[in-house]
Design a protein around this ligand. Structure first.
Ligand code: SAH
Ligand code: SF4
Length: 396
């Protein structure tokens, strides 16, 4: 059941107001190496290679300061000797990236622009508060190479993949602001409870960095984020889909959007490389892995008026997902300037949902959130300088 009707959401979006705070954190000095994003083994190795004044447990001490206490300056890592703190301050940094903009929508959805080394390297991340959970939507790339025809990010060329440090940094920024540091015990309740890789970019086309980031996020000795509460969303990079389960152990979402190859080729051009049947086969492999037996795979389906939203589409969807532990998530299309698509009508979304549920498949509708600040699904687009300036001046 939907908590609010689409009409209520639309009217909420019309009467929006936003509050804005601009925050700047310390930037990475090119001479000092960033410790964020290194695995504990890599951190130990770094210390063994470069730092004479260290013990076998120094890496773990630093790691706990960084990821359990949320400390960003070595001076505050008081369990380390004074001389070591001074050495670390001269040679290393704990850098999450620079928060360029922090905006809160009327519905409390919060969007940040986070900037890195180059003025064009800016990504957006979004925190979506709900009564039972707070979800952080992180980006994995700056732009995207896959050009899905309905996605705003897809209109922007890929600038580069984010590093593990930049992905972990997004979480650290949001977790600080959510009040999740310091973490005093393993069962300390998290305000930020879920992470979804549904921001800019295709996470499986940045596998090395994204998988490293997930290992850091889930390492029990540090952040210890629960694996099932992390969801990797992919447009269908077939060879890596089973590895989301076997190597990372996290939850999976597939951006399906069509039930026939001819239409999916148009909406998700990656389908020409990895057609529907191969995507569904890879999902079966994921579902059969032992640790995933109780998990559902989320199938995202954007509702495009007159394109993929007929009852015949819904019936075909039921048919192709019948053998999978599927949860269909219908996403009413979030429009962006210049798009040729329109959002399906409420009646069409309701009829589609009903048909899928009648077919015995879990189905829900994702309410658009934060659309007054262009923070909704598929509205994220990397902010090159001009856009950043525009955003800042519009909220001044
Ligand atoms: N690249 C990955 C993850 C980022 S996109 C992927 O494609 O899965 C996150 C989700 O938003 C995807 O399901 C995507 O298809 C959907 N999406 C993109 N643009 C949208 C739009 N304008 N309206 C609604 N959903 C959109
Ligand atoms: Fe890239 Fe995902 Fe957008 Fe497609 S939907 S262009 S894969 S971010």
């Amino acid at each position: 059941m939907r908590a609010r009707t689409l009409n209520q959401i639309v009217s909420a979006a019309r009467s929006y107001s936003t509050t804005t705070t601009t925050i700047t954190t310390a930037s990475t000095s090119p001479q000092r190496k960033n410790l964020v994003g290194l695995s504990l083994d890599q951190l130990q190795h770094e210390l063994e290679t470069h730092v004479s004044d260290h013990r076998s447990f120094t890496g773990l001490q630093i790691w706990k300061h960084m990821y359990q206490q949320g400390i960003t300056t070595f001076d505050n890592m008081t369990t380390l000797s004074r001389s070591l703190r001074s050495y670390l301050s001269d040679h290393y940094v704990v850098d999450y990236g620079q928060v360029k903009l922090d905006r809160t929508a009327r519905d409390e959805t919060r969007k940040w622009l986070v900037g890195y080394d180059d003025p064009r390297a800016v990504v957006e991340m979004v925190m979506i508060p709900e009564p039972s959970r707070n979800t952080l939507c992180v980006s994995s790339q700056i732009g995207c190479s896959l050009n899905c025809s309905f996605c705003h990010t897809g209109t922007q060329k890929l600038l580069r993949g984010l590093t593990a440090a930049e992905v972990v940094g997004q979480y650290m920024i949001a977790a600080h602001r959510a009040g999740d540091f310091p973490r005093t015990s393993a069962n300390h309740k998290r305000n930020l409870s879920n992470i979804v890789f549904m921001g800019q970019g295709e996470p499986l086309y940045n596998w090395r960095q994204v998988s490293q980031a997930i290992r850091v996020l889930t390492d029990e000795r540090g952040i210890a984020f629960p694996k099932p509460k992390i969801t990797v969303s992919t447009s269908g990079v077939v060879p890596l889909i089973p590895k989301v389960g076997s190597e990372l152990g996290v939850s999976l979402a597939i951006s399906l959007h069509a039930t026939r190859d001819s239409l999916r080729d148009e909406l998700v051009p990656l389908n020409k490389t990895f057609p529907l049947e191969s995507v569904l086969e890879a999902c079966k492999e994921y579902a059969q892995q032992k640790q995933n037996r109780d998990r559902r795979i989320t199938f995202e389906y954007v509702m495009l008026d007159g394109v993929n939203d007929s009852i015949q589409d819904a019936s075909r969807l039921v048919k192709i997902l019948r053998d999978l532990p599927a949860h269909v998530n219908l996403i009413p299309f979030n429009p962006w300037p210049g798009t040729k698509y329109r959002t399906s009508t409420n009646a069409q979304v309701d009829a589609f949902e009903k048909r899928v549920i009648q077919g015995g498949i879990f189905c829900s509708v994702r309410r658009p959130r934060g659309s007054d600040i262009m923070a909704a699904c598929g509205q994220l687009k990397s902010s090159h300088e001009s856009k950043l300036k525009a955003a800042q001046s519009s909220t001044a």
